[in-house]
Every structure is written in structure tokens, then in C-alpha cells.
Design a protein around this ligand. Structure first.
Ligand SMILES: *Cc1c(COP(=O)(O)O)cnc(C)c1O
Length: 375
């Protein structure tokens, strides 16, 4: 890797904004609700080691991941808190999960049986979060058939396995409060069917959108992700502080005559004399290729148009109306420059995707440069 992180293109990540967004979640749910920040997929692409070190002083209850490998990585950072794997895992990973004391989500009786056998063989206790499918459909015990599986879960969590929590995942919290109510009603029907719930059984339902739009369903634990990293929650407030910026250097400037074509497929043709700037960033860095001839960038605090198809390594913008652009100037593909801003949600919308995919799609070629303005 280049020794100068800002030589070509890079990501700036604001620790103070991340901290601020975490505090907003805390304020909204109050002191009695535990926060389980989701740090899966390398903390949505930002860098899990750095994100965990920023959040550690605020003492979240636990960290949420999607895979055993992600949990192991956090344990290896020296974190002693609970780590919850929120997606189903294969039996091949049960030993590794047990060794690192990862708490697992369980979606079937087979999975519970396999885990109990592993715990018994290892002579340790396993800790589980029972997932209930209330409409998401991708994992979890079916809420409609609780009478078939619930007694077996109770039975299967008496000895080698401890039942820590029951949870469900929302499918439309960013769009519809009514859907949250419906999913909660389904989960609560399952909980109501328990004769004697474990005394300290935790219940968790809310993702980022749920935390702010329907905080009345916070219960014991909330599982926010995208809001921490600067992604919005549908058309609702509050907006998070922006955490991520993507910058790239101008590496070539040229004046072109009318008719000059640009990029693969020659999909853009100058309709008069223009000035173009080539930016040192492309889809190989995770800039969505769908932004070709659609997206924008900021140069000298002004919006400029992305023209032509985005290449693997470079992207061209039309700077005809921006004076004095020079080699080495910094363009902003995501984030603020002067008084203007490209939010991750605006960029995602233009690219035909969502903030989550934009952030997790930023590749390793972009160095993450952490900045901290605050306390
Ligand atoms: C990713 C994830 C979350 C976080 O969702 P956001 O919309 O990013 O807040 C919560 N729960 C589960 C099970 C997840 O997989």
C-alpha cells in the first residue's frame, strides 16, 4: 500500500460522529435498554477494530455480528463483552464459536440439538438467542407453529444451553410503523405461550429505523446498525451525523473539443468545448458503476456531473464550470465539501441501491483514515 494514505483515493471516517450517533440511540431508548451495536461485515465496511475501539468507552452491552469469523475477530481484539452472532451458523463452526464464547442465534431444533451436543462435549455452557420469524422469512422459528417447537426449546435449554434472549428481525421498519406492530404482536404471542419464561429472558426487536420510529418496542435490547455509520432511517428523523466521506485526487485534466467521446462504450460525447477531470477512483474501489452518467461529485465545493461509464480505477467529471481545478485537487464522491454535501443515502438512491450496500461495497483498496474532532 502507498505510504501516503491520501495519495490517490481514500475514506475519511469520523469517530466523533460515530460516537454522537451511538449517543443519540442511547438517549432515545433510555438508560434501561441495552444496546447491541451491529458491527457485522467489518462494521458496515468502516473497519471493525476501529469501530469497536471507538464504542468501547461507551460500554455497549454486546456486539452483534453475522458470522462466527466476525465474532472471533472481535474476541481477538480483547473484547470481553457478549458477542452475538445474529445469523444461523453451520454445525462446522460450533466448536470455534464455543471456544470464543460467542452467543448464537438459533432458528431450528436441529441447530439447538447440535449446539447442546457440542457444549456437552466441550464441557462448557452455550448461550443462545432464539430467533422467531415474524415475517422476514429468512431464518427463525415460525411464529405460527410455536406449540410445535416452543416446548422443545424450553426442554433443550435446561442444562448445557442457556436461553439468553428471544428476538425477531423487522422487515419494513424504515417504511411502516404498522408492520412493526404486527411483527411485535406475532412475537408477543409466542412469548405469551411460555408457561414460565426464564426469569431474565431478554427480548430484542428494533434495528436502527425501529429505534427512532417505534421506540415503544425497545424492550430489553436494541440492535442498531446503519444509523451508527451515518445511514438514514427512511424518510424519518433524526438524521445521523455523517460518518463516512470518500475522496479522490484529480489525476488528469484536459480540455476537449466538441464530439470527444468518453469511456467504455463511448456513452458520453462532448456537445461543445468542455473541461474534464479524471479522478483516481473507480468501481474497483467500490464506487458504484451505476453512477456512470448519473452520479455527482463535489469539486471546490461545487456539484459536478460524473460523465461516461465509471472504469475500474478512474472516473471522469465535467469541470467546465469550475474554475482553476488543478492536478492533485481533492474531489468528494461522498460527504461534505464546503457548503454542499452528498449523503450516503443520496448517493445510494442515484446508484439504485441502499446505503448499506454502498458502505459495505467500499473495497480494501481505499485506506480508511480515521479522524476525531471531539472529546
Ligand atoms: C444488520 C442487522 C441489524 C441492524 O439493522 P440496521 O438496519 O442496520 O440498523 C439488526 N438486526 C439484525 C438481525 C441484523 O442482521
Amino acid at each position: 500500500m502507498s505510504t501516503n494514505l491520501e495519495a490517490r483515493a481514500w475514506i475519511e471516517v469520523r469517530a466523533d460522529a460515530l460516537r454522537n450517533n451511538f449517543a443519540l440511540i442511547r438517549e432515545t431508548v433510555g438508560p434501561d435498554v441495552r444496546v447491541l451495536p451491529m458491527v457485522k461485515a467489518n462494521a458496515y465496511g468502516l473497519g471493525v477494530a476501529e469501530v469497536v475501539s471507538v464504542l468501547e468507552p461507551d460500554a455497549p452491552w454486546a456486539y452483534g455480528v453475522a458470522t462466527v469469523a466476525e465474532g472471533v475477530q472481535i474476541r481477538e481484539l480483547g473484547v470481553d463483552r457478549p458477542i452475538v452472532v445474529c445469523s444461523p451458523v453451520s454445525d462446522a463452526e460450533l466448536d470455534s464459536a464455543g471456544e470464543r464464547r460467542l452467543q448464537l442465534s438459533i432458528s431450528s431444533l436441529d441447530a439447538l440439538t447440535a449446539l447442546a451436543a457440542t457444549a456437552q462435549r466441550r464441557d462448557t455452557k452455550a448461550f443462545v438467542h432464539i430467533e422467531v420469524d415474524t415475517g422476514m422469512g429468512r431464518s427463525g422459528f415460525d411464529w405460527r407453529t410455536a406449540s410445535e417447537w416452543l416446548p422443545a426449546v424450553v426442554e433443550g435449554t435446561r442444562e448445557d444451553v442457556e436461553w439468553v434472549a428471544c428476538f425477531t428481525h423487522l422487515h419494513s421498519a424504515d417504511e411502516s410503523d404498522a408492520s412493526v406492530r404486527e411483527q411485535w404482536d406475532r412475537l408477543s404471542r409466542v412469548l405469551g405461550a411460555l408457561d414460565a419464561p426464564p426469569a431474565d429472558l431478554l427480548v430484542h426487536v428494533l434495528n436502527s429505523a425501529g429505534v427512532f420510529r417505534t421506540p415503544e418496542y425497545a424492550h430489553a435490547v436494541v440492535r442498531p446498525g446503519i444509523f451508527l455509520y451515518g445511514g438514514g432511517i427512511g424518510d424519518a428523523q433524526p438524521d445521523p451525523l455523517a460518518v463516512v466521506s470518500v475522496r479522490a485526487r484529480v489525476v488528469h485534466v484536459r480540455d476537449v473539443v466538441s464530439g470527444t467521446t468518453l469511456g467504455y462504450g463511448a456513452t458520453y460525447r462532448a456537445d461543445g468545448p468542455q473541461r474534464w477531470a479524471t479522478l483516481a477512483i473507480g468501481y474497483g474501489d467500490g464506487l458504484p458503476r451505476s453512477l456512470g452518467n448519473r452520479g455527482t461529485a463535489l469539486v471546490h465545493g461545487r456539484f459536478v456531473q460524473i460523465i461516461g461509464r465509471i472504469s475500474m480505477d478512474v472516473t471522469v467529471v465535467d469541470i467546465t464550470r469550475v474554475p482553476d481545478v488543478e492536478l492533485g485537487d481533492v474531489a468528494t464522491l461522498l460527504g461534505r465539501d464546503g457548503g454542499e454535501e452528498i449523503t450516503v443515502d443520496a448517493l445510494a438512491h442515484l446508484a439504485g441501491t441502499i446505503s448499506y450496500e454502498v458502505l459495505t461495497g467500499l473495497t480494501r483498496r481505499l485506506p480508511r483514515v480515521w479522524m476525531d474532532d471531539g472529546s
